[in-house]
Design a protein around this ligand. Structure first.
Ligand code: C2E
Ligand code: MG
Ligand code: MG
Length: 697
């Protein structure tokens, strides 16, 4: 039997104070209800009252316990201790002692008794109040101990994560084996040292802030990084928990999870997501992310951010002729040339295809232009792919915030637009975005949409202007001229929409409609019994160049039932400049039996040698020359004279357009000009009106 340590608490306070405690305990009925207060004794130690606790501890009924001396309930070896303690309490001391109760059933129970003397108002001790609590049995205690030890073992010692304890100042107090492995230090090398120097410098401030939070009693979780013994960086996810002792933070527990591998993977994925696989440069998502961040800051600090949009000129030709893999090699070479232009405030991205973008984080317009020139210089030397030397050029568009946009989307779009303008200027150009220019283009965009609807809704119509035989003054032809009956703007002349239609390619659809409409009208007049005359249709280069053009003409004629000799096609002089491409079409049309005229002759630069080879029928003298015919003196007279002479020499018919005065007409008549057209005879008029000009056969 282990010796029970006797613990005596001697209360040196005044009797009066003790008395109060005892009185209050019994007055409040605490004896009955409090789990600890179990009995009252008279001064010699005989039980006077007792309650359930005593019954359950001793196995005796309350009634059986009455008048029993307390020491008798104890195991023999502690009875003397019981007597002694009772005596002390009887003398006015508070006594606490460990003892063993022998139950009615003969079992032993370890308990702790506390005896408090009870005073009478006179100051005499009239009894003793007692509490009893069962002491935890040693075996149970042992069991609990091993359990908590096991728990400690698995939580601390065997934990795969680093588990550490720090004092309030952040010095190591305890580290588990996983910490030793992770950091490469033995526990004894760490204990007592501050942990902060082990944290990578960039994370220290954050770590310090988190630590302060923990010291205020909060548990925090965050990611940080630490340097191990070899100087390597270890990324950690940490949970830091305050250790509360008596309501105050005495230190902290920290659980650190090694996330280095996870971070590496994350970085690799991020790299893939934000870089272009072909060139290794950053990509569009990276650009958007950085530009958006930058513009947020720039707005705050009113800084300029410049965006340079670069597109390689004619890259498609390289791709198409040498193949995509050669194109890829070329792009890689280009990226390698451009990459050295990178600085901290200057980044480069590949947006896809042959498009690259430079982002200048602090740059005015002039600096951006200056830099664009540096970029252009990188194209001076030819590139070599396979055995080819390839000379490339680039078109660069520039947009600068805030003038040209304050969002990433607007800036990129405007730089792109400026690049497109650079291309239009003949490529190999640098162009800075111009707001007015882009507004004009927005208008064009609206017009484009409207035009598309106009074609579907049947808002286009044809006017006809007669061609007059100069000698007989009879109508020998009609030129079809398109008009747009715009719902708001009224009758829109072709000059206001044909150039845009040519640029956007819509001219093909519109032109096909004109062709059919003109042919159908011509046929209709014939069927109505008028003397047959050919109809002239204006055809744009974009339309003429399309491979399907001859087929469209042939098909239209067949469907409408018009003989080919009643169709005349007017091509502007500029079309003849692309003669290599269109020669075939000219010949096919000729074989078909369709007539052809060169419109606005004299304004272009047609080479006479080509003119000789073209299977055309008429030259149409441009109205600017005709308009200037005055008397015999104008230089334009000479031009008109020369053109008529030329036509004669080439065996071509000649038409003068824009004839407004008799004087002009007489001049032309004198020169033996074949046909004339102009307001002098009639303005272009709707088909129904034109009919009145025609004579019945
Ligand atoms: P164009 O083929 O040279 O047509 C002659 C233009 O001169 C017409 O203008 C006509 O109205 C105008 N004109 C005729 N006589 C006189 C005159 O005595 N004095 C003056 N000042 N002008 C006269 P419009 O109809 O506005 O057409 C302009 C141009 O638009 C045409 O020039 C032609 O190049 C183009 N165009 C018209 N219709 C079509 C079409 O269906 N398809 C294509 N691709 N272009 C067309
Ligand atoms: Mg014409
Ligand atoms: Mg003309």
């Amino acid at each position: 039997m282990k010796s029970q340590p006797e613990r005596l608490h001697l209360w040196r306070g005044k009797r009066r104070a003790l008395q109060k405690v005892a009185e209050r305990l019994s007055d409040l009925g605490v004896v009955k209800t409090h789990a600890d207060i179990a009995f009252e004794l008279d001064r010699p130690g005989t039980l006077r009252t007792c309650e359930g606790t005593m019954e359950s501890l001793t196995g005796y009924l309350s009634a059986e316990l009455q008048q029993v001396s307390l020491p008798l309930l104890l195991s023999p070896e502690v009875r003397a201790l019981g007597e002694e303690s009772l005596a002390k309490a009887g003398m006015g001391h508070v006594v606490s002692f460990d003892a063993t109760i022998l139950t009615k059933q003969g079992m032993r129970r370890d308990v702790v008794f506390t005896l408090v003397p009870k005073f009478h108002a006179t100051g005499d001790i009239v009894g003793i109040v007692g509490t009893v609590r069962e002491a935890m049995s040693l075996s149970r205690f042992d069991h609990r101990l091993t359990e908590s030890e096991l728990r400690y073992q698995s939580l601390f010692v065997d934990n795969v994560d680093a588990v550490l304890t720090f004092d309030r100042e952040g010095n190591f107090v305890n580290v588990n084996p996983a910490t030793e492995t992770l950091m490469g230090y033995q526990a004894n090398e760490l204990i007592g040292r501050s942990f902060l120097p082990f944290i990578v410098e960039s994370e220290r401030q954050k770590t310090f802030e988190h630590y302060s939070q923990v010291l205020n009693g909060h548990t925090v979780q965050y990611e940080t990084a630490m340097i191990d013994r070899q100087g390597g960086q270890i990324d950690l996810h940490v949970t830091v928990i305050p250790i509360l002792f008596n309501g105050a933070v005495a230190g902290v527990h920290c659980i650190g999870k090694n996330i280095t591998e996870q971070k590496r993977l994350q970085h690799r994925l991020e790299h893939l997501a934000y870089h272009d696989a072909l060139t290794g440069l950053e990509n569009r998502p990276a650009l958007i992310k950085q530009l958006e961040g930058l513009l947020g800051d720039a707005a705050l600090m009113s800084r300029n951010v410049a965006v340079l949009f670069l597109d390689v000129d004619r890259f498609k030709i390289v791709n198409d002729s040498l193949g995509h893999s050669a194109g890829d090699v070329l792009l890689q070479q280009l990226a390698a040339r451009l990459a050295p232009l990178r600085r901290s405030a200057r980044r480069i991205y590949r947006l896809g295809g042959d498009e690259f973008l430079f982002l200048l984080t602090e740059s005015q317009r002039d600096e951006a232009v200056q830099f664009a020139r540096q970029v252009v210089e990188r194209f001076t030397d030819p590139f070599s792919v396979r055995d080819y030397e390839i000379q490339l050029t680039a078109s660069i568009g520039i947009a600068v915030s805030p003038d040209h946009g304050i969002t990433a989307e607007a800036l990129i779009q405007h730089a792109d637009y400026a690049m497109y303008q650079a291309k239009k200027q003949g490529r190999n150009h640098i162009h800075v975005f111009d707001l007015q220019e882009s507004q004009r283009s927005r208008h064009a965009l609206e017009l484009e949409t409207e035009m598309r609807h106009a074609l579907v809704n049947g808002d286009f119509t044809l006017y006809f202007q007669p061609k007059i035989h100069v000698k007989t003054k009879r109508i020998v032809g009609a030129e079809a001229l398109i008009r747009w009956r715009h719902p708001e703007r009224g009758l829109v002349p072709p000059g206001e929409f044909i150039p845009l239609a040519e640029e956007t390619g819509q001219i093909v659809g519109i032109g096909t409609w004109v062709l059919r409409e003109a042919c159908a009208q011509c046929r209709a007049w014939q069927e109505e019994g008028f003397a047959p005359i050919p109809v002239s249709v204006n055809v744009s280069y974009a339309q003429f160049e399309a491979t399907s053009f001859t087929a469209t003409v042939e098909e239209t004629l067949a469907q409408v039932g018009l003989a080919p000799e009643y169709l005349e096609i007017e091509i502007t002089e500029s079309t003849t400049m692309h003669i290599e491409r269109t020669m075939e079409t000219f010949h096919r049309l000729k074989r078909l039996g369709v007539k052809m005229a060169i419109d606005d002759f004299g304004t272009g630069y047609s080479s006479l040698s080509y003119l000789n080879k073209l299977p055309i029928d008429y030259l149409k003298i441009d109205q600017s020359f005709v308009r200037e015919i005055i008397g015999d003196y104008s230089t334009h007279n000479d031009i008109v004279t020369a053109i008529i002479a030329l036509a004669r020499n080439l065996n071509l018919g000649v038409i003068a357009e824009g004839v407004e005065t008799n004087e002009q007409f007489q001049f032309l008549e004198a020169l033996n000009c074949d046909l004339a057209q102009g307001y002098l005879f009639s303005r272009p008029v709707p088909a129904a009106e034109f009919k009145h000009l025609l004579q019945r056969v």
